[in-house]
Design a protein. Structure first.
Length: 265
């Protein structure tokens, strides 16, 4: 029987492998990113734990925890003592403030205790007697007016006294609130210098229980040397001229005049 006209069946194709089932992902796992066709697959996550350059158990290591050089330097650098510096600054400011407040308190107390002052011209002061002659009165008025023109006064006084030795004393002054008694006294000495000649050799002398400042100096003239003494505090200022007396003789007499003419309330 002939095989002509019969078709030979094609050979069977090799079996194709079955596709692998798609991986299943639960809700707790993130969906893997899809890649474009033809792109290489993303690298698998590296689950290998990072290794530190040294372990804490290595006592010979300078960097026991794998820190960089900068991090290690910052860690080992000591903290600045900001708290201590601030405490020192605040303590210094407090000390200055307390000292300033104390000085202001003393200054205020001194002004308050000296401001209410009265000056008078008693008829006698020790061995001195008030000269009430017309010439003496005119001289005293001139001196107190000249002083008031240079140093403002609330009330001015003036008098001429004569001692048992026939030596006279010219006294003039006034009361007011003086913030800088020393400067006001210097102004008064300049006034006498303009009228009688410069007062030189001015030096501090004992001011007594009333405080303040007291000075004596000498003015030279053709008629002879004359000692000029003066005191000043926050409530009064006065000068006295002592013809034919030395500063050593005039200073204790000026202190006696002050005790007799000045009172405080």
């Amino acid at each position: 029987m002939s095989d002509r006209g019969q078709h030979t069946p094609p050979p069977a194709s090799p079996e194709q492998p079955e596709p692998a089932p798609a991986p299943e992902y639960s809700a707790d796992q993130p969906t893997p990113p899809t890649s474009e066709p033809g792109a290489p697959p993303p690298p698998a996550p590296d689950d290998t734990p990072l290794e530190l350059s040294a372990t804490p158990d290595d006592p010979d290591s300078d960097n026991a925890f794998g820190l960089t050089a900068a991090e290690s330097d910052d860690t080992n650098r000591p903290a600045k003592p900001r708290g201590r510096t601030r405490t020192i600054v605040l303590a210094s400011l407090l000390a200055v403030t307390v000292a300033g407040a104390g000085a202001m308190a003393v200054f205020g107390w001194r002004i308050n205790s000296q401001r209410n002052t009265t000056l008078a011209t008693p008829t006698s002061i020790g061995s001195l007697t008030l000269d009430d002659s017309e010439e003496a009165t005119a001289t005293a008025d001139y001196l107190q007016t000249a002083l008031s023109a240079e140093v403002p006064m609330t009330k001015a006084v003036g008098a001429v006294y004569t001692g048992a030795d026939e030596k006279s004393v010219l006294f003039f002054g006034g009361t007011s609130l003086f913030w800088s008694p020393g400067s006001e006294l210097d102004t008064a000495f300049d006034l006498v210098g303009d009228d009688q000649g410069a007062v030189t050799e001015i030096s501090d002398v004992e001011a007594g229980n009333l405080g303040g400042t007291m000075k004596c100096g000498v003015t030279h003239s053709p008629e002879g040397d004359m000692t000029v003494c003066g005191w000043a505090d926050h409530g009064s200022l006065a000068l006295a001229m002592f013809p034919n007396r030395t500063p050593a003789e005039a200073a204790p007499l000026m202190l006696q005049i002050r005790s007799a003419t000045q009172t405080r309330s």
